[in-house]
Design a protein. Structure first.
Lengths: 558, 186
């Protein structure tokens, strides 16, 4: 395709439909149309014209709206498939790693699960191909916008007042006919009144309003691209934190992904409605479901280590603040937010036993074993003591005679003890688990009898930080501005030309809201006594309808 | 005049091709970087082989303070463990034997227990008669700094203070010997 020279002498870029200068139709197809194709002002999309180097080819590929829409459709389908099986983050496996998650999908969902996992649907937003597709969408947005915005901008900037009659009479709103001498001036006056920007040239007039509405889609795309950029930043380390911290009452823990910060859990409370007094309104619900939660709360102390402090050295903690974390009332500090998310109640904290004579059931005293820091020996006085030989917080059985523990959490504490009394100065060995005592070295005279236990709660907190939120917000805002700009404002134009015979030719165009355009024109027509206009599109539709009806009638007759 | 126009045209064309190349390659770079990040995010997030090993200070069971940076010029075999973790228990005696061999050659072992009680750790050390220093990471801050997920995880720090290797899972005595060789000062 070469450059296209119009009859008026203007040289247009190849691919142009309507002459940039006078508005004549440049292609045969366009010439045969009853109405001009005013999309992008009939300019050539830049990429349609070059197709030479590889770069141009890639550019052209992404410039196509069809390609852009296809990418969106593929993304939608992928996202839909991603909801069929649970995402990896919601999968419940005892030990979390790639292998167990992979095995989970294969075990639970069989062959389909295997394929699902293999294709990366289990962690869709992080799978390479999904990110690649989103990236391609971003390229498509940028390239397609540039390709359309630049020629449109140029064309609107350089538009001429005087247009060729073939351009005028192919506009949807069109009028021609005799008019009073002063109608041009009056029309100009009234259009200015209606806040149109009016330009005059020889015997013609161009009135224009709301051109910025045409930039709406491009502003909108800029917003989208900023939004996508924000999403991209989320994947960079440091920008986005979403971590879980299980912390027991009395514990001090480093906050994951928040270097230098520590939390101490002072107390966890869960309150329920009593159904009495002020809570009487909950009575019915309580009767129905048992309990209704009123409050989940973790009282914490936030600490920070001095700048030069090293991990592990926790003796230098400096208190920052005390805070009660409740649902929807997170602890906020330094861009982080700590939310109350979960809890486990009644984890064993300490156990109290009586040392009793098995025969007489006489007690020689009691001892309390603190499960957080058990002691080596518990002295009960009178030559009586209990030595702790081994502590197994989550006893799971013996292996080669050695007691095993499954986890470090006291779910099923086991104690290997040696009990010394005046009667048994050499000591008796006993292994105690809840509701069971094993005497590995023969019959004992004494035993430890469980008395009571202290428990504590574990609080499940979520640590969040999202530095990308302002960027996402900005993207969203610009997106909405673009939408409003394109949707609620219209680009309206009128061209009026005085003919040599004293008659007027008028054409009108808007990118949307033809009703509004006509209302404006009605006012101008009345004021300036312009010739009556017709809506050519409506005429065409009417004509087609009529023809259809006639055809139907004809069919019926025959 | 015509030649002038032609030159202008080719100039414009070249500029356009250059612009397109610039825009496309910038976007491709951004996408590539994002994908790279998301793919590597599953592994150890912050620490990679070759990174500087984060400094820390822990007190061992005997009350001696161990600061990683004090061992500069020597190798450090950093083993994160817990008494409940079976492979940890299995590799400990082998570690102890190799420790005795390599201690004099400038390779130190520090076994970091994850927030268990003194009693549990001490009785474990006594049971296996372990001679290398054991420290308890009570607030899990060293664990967090090293982003330790599964136990056991062993981080090998070379004499330059960089991470030479990260091993997750049980090691055989042969493995341990090999790793010690890797971080032995020359």
């Amino acid at each position: 395709m070469g450059k296209m020279q119009c009859k008026c002498g203007h040289v247009n870029p190849p691919g142009t439909i309507l002459c940039e200068s006078c508005g004549r139709s440049l292609t045969e197809e366009e010439q045969n149309k009853k109405l001009a194709d005013m999309r992008y002002e009939g300019t050539a999309r830049r990429s349609q014209t070059y197709n030479k180097s590889i770069i141009d080819k890639i550019w052209n590929f992404f410039s196509s709206v069809k390609v852009g829409v296809s990418i969106i459709v593929i993304l939608l389908i992928a996202a839909a498939i991603g909801t069929i099986l649970p995402q990896a983050q919601y999968v419940n496996v005892p030990v979390r790693n790639d292998a167990t998650i992979k095995a989970y999908y294969a075990d639970v969902y069989g062959e389909i699960g295997k394929i699902y996992h293999f294709l990366g649907f289990h962690d869709l937003y992080s799978s390479a191909w999904f990110i690649l597709l989103v990236g391609m969408l971003a390229i498509s947005l940028i390239v397609a916008s540039l390709d359309r915005f630049v020629p449109l901008y140029r064309s609107l900037k350089n538009q001429r007042v005087l247009r060729h009659p073939s351009f005028m009479n192919k506009q949807r709103i069109y009028a021609e006919g005799p008019a009073p001498e002063d109608s041009m001036q009056k029309a100009e006056e009234k259009l200015k009144d209606l806040k149109y920007k009016v330009t005059l040239d020889k015997n013609g007039l161009l009135a224009e309003k709301g051109r910025f509405s045409r930039w709406g889609p491009y502003v909108n795309h800029i917003g989208l691209i900023i939004f996508l950029f924000g999403v991209m930043l989320r994947m960079m380390p440091g920008f986005y934190v979403d971590e879980t911290l299980w912390i027991r009452e009395g514990e001090t823990r480093a906050i994951p992904d928040a270097p230098g910060y520590f939390l101490e859990n002072k107390n966890f409370t869960m309150e329920t409605y009593t159904g009495e007094g002020e809570d009487a309104k909950f009575e019915e619900a309580i009767d129905r479901v048992g309990t209704v939660a009123k409050n989940y709360q973790t009282d914490i102390v936030l600490y920070q280590t001095p700048e030069e402090s090293l991990p592990g050295a926790t003796d230098e903690l400096e208190e920052v603040e005390e805070h009660a974390i409740r649902v929807n009332q997170p602890l906020k500090f330094d861009g982080y937010a700590v939310y109350q998310m979960d809890f486990r109640q009644n984890e064993l904290r300490a156990m109290t036993f009586d040392l009793t004579n098995k025969e007489t059931e006489e007690s020689l005293g009691s001892l309390t074993i603190d499960l957080v820091s058990p002691e080596k020996s518990y002295d009960l006085g009178n030559d009586t003591r209990v030595d702790l030989l081994g502590y197994y917080p989550d006893f799971s059985g013996f292996e080669n005679g050695e007691p095993q523990t499954e986890t470090p959490i006291p779910n099923n504490p086991g104690f290997l003890v040696r009990m010394f009394t005046p009667e048994t100065p050499d000591g008796e060995v006993s292994f105690i688990v809840i509701q069971n005592t094993i005497e590995p070295l023969g019959e004992n005279q004494y035993k430890l009898t469980f008395q009571n236990a202290e428990t504590r709660d574990v609080s499940g907190l979520t640590i969040r930080k999202d530095s990308t939120l302002p960027i996402l917000g900005l993207g969203g805002l610009i997106f909405m501005i673009g939408v409003a700009q394109g949707m609620y404002f219209n680009h309206r134009r009128f061209w009026i030309q005085k003919q040599e015979d004293g008659g007027l030719v008028l054409a009108g165009h808007t990118n949307k809201n033809w009703y509004g355009l006509k209302k404006d024109l009605d006012q101008v027509s009345e004021f300036a006594s312009l010739p009556p206009y017709i809506d050519q599109q409506e005429e065409i539709e009417k004509q087609e309808k009529l023809e259809k009806e006639q055809k139907l009638e004809g069919d019926e007759l025959s | 005049m015509a030649e002038d126009k032609k030159a202008k045209k080719t100039n414009r064309k070249r500029n356009r091709a250059f612009m397109r190349l610039a825009i496309l390659s910038m976007l491709v770079l951004a996408i590539g970087y994002t994908i790279y990040n998301s793919v590597t995010a599953d592994d150890v997030e912050v620490l990679k082989v070759g990174d500087k090993a984060p400094d820390f200070a822990l007190e061992d069971m005997e009350g001696n303070r161990h600061k990683l940076s004090d061992y500069k010029g020597e190798g450090v075999f950093l083993n994160f463990w817990g008494t409940w973790c079976e492979p940890c228990v299995k590799e400990m005696p082998a570690m102890d034997r190799q420790y005795k061999e390599y201690e004099e050659q400038g390779v130190h072992i520090l076994a970091v227990n994850i927030a268990q009680s003194d009693f549990e750790v001490q009785s474990f050390a006594d049971r296996f008669d372990l001679s290398f220093p054991i420290a308890i990471d009570r607030s899990k801050s060293v664990m967090t700094a090293y982003n330790i997920r599964p136990l056991p995880t062993t981080v090998l720090v070379n004499p330059e203070g960089d991470i030479q290797r990260i091993v997750t899972g049980e090691m055989s005595e042969q493995d341990i010997k090999g790793f010690m060789e890797e971080i032995k000062p020359q």
